[in-house]
Design a protein around this ligand. Structure first.
Ligand code: PEP
Ligand code: MN
Length: 337
């Protein structure tokens, strides 16, 4: 339920309504708009005595939220959310580029790639320290040593860092290093993990599950938001279809559809969608043209020798060329890159 407060409602009246709702067992999420304040009340609506609330001083009206994603949806919050990571703003006019290798392999190569992607225009550095691999025999990541290397790269370049958490037991450790915590496609519906990252209050990059509908994806965001963490960046990374020519099928429709349903920013991962570096440029252009707020791209200094996802990784020189190619596309749709 949305409680719309009248435009001259006092702070005390807003607080009283919030208190009443929380006494009834509801979680409240006030949104202080320029003209009016609205309060999202999330809980069991059978317990809501609508008359008691609507007759409180300062209350203008009560509006039910029809969609199952209450906090992630546009019904409660119409203005787009901008996720701030230090001085990087995701969801505003700028198309924010995140780049780096699939996995952190060693300090020298990681810092080298970090410096090149920074010089090319990336704002956020990616790299996996805990890798969710299909095979238990494949490289699983350097774990905390990898996080330490990431922190050193942040120190050396000033780039913010995004890295994946695959297990609830590692959430605090990863939150102590990362600027953005990544939830991978395979864990999009790991509800315990979503709740744990929700409790950290760190920005979260939430990848779309391999076979998840947009509604399921927004419900995953809802899990994080229900814990009080609203800094969510959605990430479209391709979905499973019958097509085998690419690793996954990029769903560019998800960009306008999600933007209509949700106020959260959305970025696109063309690397995991394509599975091959050759298509990364075309998919990136498509993503920006359809309204993506950013890109996350795999870059490796020597893709042929990469321990993970080499075939889809760009060399630093190709990455820098790509950013130049994308600038006019961003400009054509009124964005900055
Ligand atoms: C990754 O970003 O390296 C990754 C494993 O991605 P996804 O979860 O989208 O497969
Ligand atoms: Mn990868």
């Amino acid at each position: 339920m949305i409680i719309v407060m009248s435009k001259d409602a006092t702070r005390e009246q807003i607080d009283n309504v919030e208190k009443k709702l929380s006494d009834l067992g509801f979680r409240t999420h006030p949104i202080f708009g320029e003209i009016k304040t609205v309060i999202g009340a999330i809980g069991d609506k059978r317990l809501l005595n609508t008359h008691a609330i609507s007759s409180m001083p300062g209350v203008e009206s009560l509006v039910p939220i029809m969609k199952p994603f209450k906090l992630a949806g546009r019904e409660l919050k119409q203005v787009p959310t901008i996720v701030e990571v230090g001085d990087v703003r995701i969801g505003g006019d700028e198309v924010v580029v995140m780049a780096g290798p699939c996995a952190i392999e060693n300090e020298e190569s990681f810092i080298g790639v970090a410096e090149s992607v920074k010089a090319a225009g990336a704002k956020i550095l990616r790299g996996g320290a805990f890798k969710p691999r299909t095979s238990p025999y494949a490289f699983q990541g350097l774990e905390e040593d990898g996080l330490k290397i990431m922190a050193a790269a942040r120190e050396a370049t000033g780039l913010k860092i995004v890295t994946e958490v695959v297990d609830t037991r590692d959430v605090d450790l990863i939150a102590s290093y990362a600027d953005i915590i990544q939830i991978g496609a395979r864990n999009m519906q790991n509800f315990r993990l979503l709740k744990e990252v929700g409790a950290t209050q760190k920005p979260v990059l939430l990848k779309r599950g391999l076979a998840a509908t947009i509604e399921e994806w927004l419900m995953a965001a809802e899990y994080i938001m229900a814990e009080g963490n609203s800094g969510i960046i959605l990430c479209e990374r391709g979905i499973r279809t019958y097509e085998t020519a690419t690793r996954n099928t990029i769903d560019l429709s998800a960009i306008p559809v999600t933007k209509e349903l949700s106020h959260l920013p959305i970025v696109v991962d063309p690397s995991h969608a394509a599975g091959t570096w050759k298509y990364v440029s075309a998919l990136s252009r498509g993503a920006i043209a359809t309204g993506a707020d950013g890109l996350i791209i795999e870059v490796h200094h020597d893709p042929g020798a990469a321990l993970c996802d080499g075939p889809q990784s760009l060399r630093p020189s190709k990455f820098s060329q790509l950013i130049k190619e994308l600038q006019p596309v961003a400009e054509a749709v009124g964005r900055i890159l």
